[in-house]
Design a protein around this ligand. Structure first.
Ligand code: SF4
Length: 687
């Protein structure tokens, strides 16, 4: 029998939950996690939040997948790796041979490492010769990336978390960092309390940051773009813009001014409900601030105008000279620990690693000679388009990594139907997710504590994680699994360690400059961005990422939010809770967290509660055009009037938000407009 491990092992790791990228030592004895000890992390120093500190029980959960599973006669049967991998390779290979490259799709994960994401796109592009590869940023952050790529040319934060802390003014739009990005939020709270930083929050819900803000606005749902453009227009009219910065750095100013004409303060007041004098106050605060940072989240991106609103944010910063200097710029708040990295690695249908577009001949040829295959010059299908393609009978096989699509995609009832249409479906995960029910083969992967690699946080900082725990059962790191599949399809990859993969990726991606695995040793980190090779805390110091080094005002008008029929009279918003990470499929396995926040609930305003005769604890059914859920209510003044809020911590069909959301999308990226959901409410029991 194995000797009981008695020594305490201390291993540096990077948090697996949110995009802040806290790093710390994890103290273990055998498989037991003794404690999380922050000390030298470049982002968090001695801080963590409740998830980073107490959220790790999931790695030892009895629900972990420990053996490959193959569906045989309708039931899942344990198998050897050899049998499972051979089956995956054989079926995928046969489907590609019979139906062509367009018949297979790959969805990668924001939870796995950079190296693993890189290999998924390489598997798609080299072995299957398809650009049908995407990741879950399609559900959240693609519109932010789109808005930035159009205006400043790079899909990343303009500076670092330090810049946010040092800004004179922070504007948070449609995000709740106090719960979603807690350690980053503490930096803002501190700067606000001790260093005179000003804070503006725009949100339909009075979240914790709103409570602390100097100005809190509640624009009508889906109208952030209007007030952003009206404030920009007003500032230009007053001469409060930065004419010199624009002349030197930005194209299309006169064209943008023309579009802005319509966005008067009166128009904005009418559309958004924000009084004119408050809009003027916001403009004055931007004028007077020594550096403005705008942070935004899914309250912006998950709308039909999510990309255009993101672009309007960037436009406002360009007009006021709030780029290319410390303490300023655009900061989309990445949700998952490695959503930034997944995109950087090219698990995107139009982008090769390092944001090199597939239509760029030079970039494509570089990858073609490295991979020895032709790369398609047309972008592939994104997550949503893949579902449409499955429905149309064109896509036959899908390979999904670490993503619970049947829970996180909008209109989950419909997704259920589509996934069951696949001829062959592989799910690679650490748990038997809701989506795994539709799989033909399930491959048991390893969580971050059981492998090596790198993650990239919201500020573009690449950090290494080291293996703290031995593998559980027969589970394997994702990079090992992907390589074994590729090998069985004739690829002669020969990676012995994630470092081999990282170094190959960096050699093909100029934005990673001189980064290599050695540079990242221990607590070291590297911020990608500059082509000259050095770590780049401040993007765009040498100009914007366009051939003439100039940024571009994006020329987009606002489009009204989707109109529901009047029967659906209540708007329902959704978001995160501090204690739970998203749907809770990891954090809910921590007994302490589960006991604190057992079930999800719906927040109801005091006005609505009075009108409908309900109180905290009342049971209600919410019905949308796409489905229904049943929940207990919590009466709170965080929401007002006909606004409801449903935290997303549920994995159950009875209560998860996506059994209400529908097929409404951001026009440029196909990101579901989760925030544009309306329901009617039936009171089931009033006590
Ligand atoms: Fe982890 Fe985010 Fe919490 Fe830091 S703030 S400990 S990265 S969940």
């Amino acid at each position: 029998a194995a000797m009981r491990e008695t020594r305490t092992k201390k291993t540096k790791t990077v948090c697996t939950f949110c995009g802040v990228g806290c790093s710390f030592e994890v103290w273990t004895k055998g498989r037991e996690i003794l404690k999380i000890q922050p000390s030298d992390g470049p982002v968090n120093a001695v801080s963590t939040c409740i998830k980073g500190k107490f959220g790790w029980d999931f790695v030892n959960s009895e629900e972990r997948l420990t053996k490959p599973l193959i569906r045989k006669n309708g039931a899942f049967v344990e198998s050897s790796w050899e049998e499972a991998l051979s089956l995956v390779a054989q079926r995928f290979g046969a489907i590609k041979d019979q139906h062509g490259s367009g018949s297979v799709g790959f969805i990668s994960s924001s939870k796995i490492t950079n190296e693993e994401n890189y290999l998924i796109q390489k598997l798609a592009r080299q072995v299957f010769e398809t650009n049908n590869v995407d990741n879950c940023s399609r559900y959240c952050q693609s519109p932010a990336t789109d808005g930035l790529l159009r205006t400043v040319g790079m899909g990343g934060d303009a500076g670092t978390i330090k810049d946010i802390a040092e800004a004179g003014l922070v504007i948070i739009v449609g995000a709740n960092p106090a719960e979603g990005h807690p350690v980053l939020a503490t930096r803002i709270k501190r700067a606000h309390k001790l260093h005179g930083q000003r804070l503006i929050v725009s949100d339909i819900r009075k979240n914790e940051m709103a409570e602390r803000s100097d100005v809190f606005i509640r624009p009508k749902q889906g109208t952030d773009q209007v007030w952003l453009m009206a404030v920009t227009n007003f500032m230009i009219k007053q001469g409060w813009h930065d004419q010199k910065f624009i002349e030197d750095n930005v194209n299309f100013f006169s064209e943008y001014k023309e579009i802005l004409e319509k966005y008067t303060l009166e128009y904005a007041e009418e559309k958004t409900g924000i009084p004119k004098h408050t809009l003027i106050q916001i403009a004055e605060m931007i004028r007077d601030a020594d550096g403005t940072c705008v942070l935004w989240g899914m309250g912006v991106t998950q709308n039909n105008g999510g990309s255009d609103t993101s672009a309007a944010i960037s436009n406002l910063l360009l007009a006021t000279g709030n780029y290319r200097r410390p303490g300023a710029g655009a900061y989309p708040l990445r949700g998952h620990n490695n959503v930034q990295g997944a995109c950087d690695m090219g698990t995107l249908p139009g982008w090769l690693p390092g944001y090199q577009h597939v239509t760029d001949d030079v970039a494509r040829e570089k990858f073609e000679s490295a991979y020895g295959v032709k790369i398609n010059e047309s972008p592939g299908l994104n997550n949503i388009e893949m579902l449409h393609s499955i429905e149309a009978g064109k896509m036959k096989a899908m390979y999904l990594v670490g993503e619970d699509m049947a829970l996180v995609d909008a209109d989950a009832n419909h997704v259920d139907k589509v996934l069951s249409q696949l001829d062959f479906f592989v799910v690679q995960d650490i748990f038997f997710s809701r989506t795994a029910r539709y799989a033909d083969v399930i491959l048991p992967a390893a969580p971050s504590l059981e492998k090596e690699g790198t993650f990239t946080n919201t500020e573009r900082r690449v950090q290494r994680l080291y293996q703290a725990l031995p593998a559980l059962g027969d589970s394997k790191p994702d990079w090992w699994i992907i390589q074994e599949v590729a090998k069985r399809l004739g690829a002669n990859w020969d990676y012995n360690h994630p470092s081999d993969i990282f170094d190959e990726m960096a050699s093909l991606s100029p934005i990673f400059g001189k980064a290599n695995y050695q540079v990242l040793e221990g607590w070291n980190s590297f911020l990608w961005g500059s082509h000259d090779g050095e770590s780049t805390p401040l993007l765009y110091e040498n100009g914007f990422n366009f051939p003439d080094k100039k940024a571009r005002f994006a020329l987009s008008d606002w489009v009204e939010p989707y109109a529901f029929s009047e029967e659906f009279d209540l708007h329902i918003n959704n978001g995160r809770l501090l204690e739970q990470f998203h749907e809770g499929n990891m954090t809910n396995k921590s007994a302490g967290i589960h006991s604190k926040v057992p079930e999800t609930f719906v927040e109801v305003s005091p006005e609505l509660a009075r009108e409908r005769g309900i109180q905290t604890g009342s049971l209600v059914r919410l019905v949308s055009p796409f489905g229904s859920v049943k929940l207990t209510s919590l009466v709170t003044d965080r929401v007002q009037k006909n606004e409801l809020f449903l935290p997303m911590n549920s994995v159950n069909k009875e209560s998860a938000i996506n059994f209400l959301t529908g097929p409404i999308y951001d026009s440029r990226t196909n990101t579901p407009a989760y925030k544009q959901t309306k329901v009617r409410m039936e009171v089931l029991s009033a006590d």
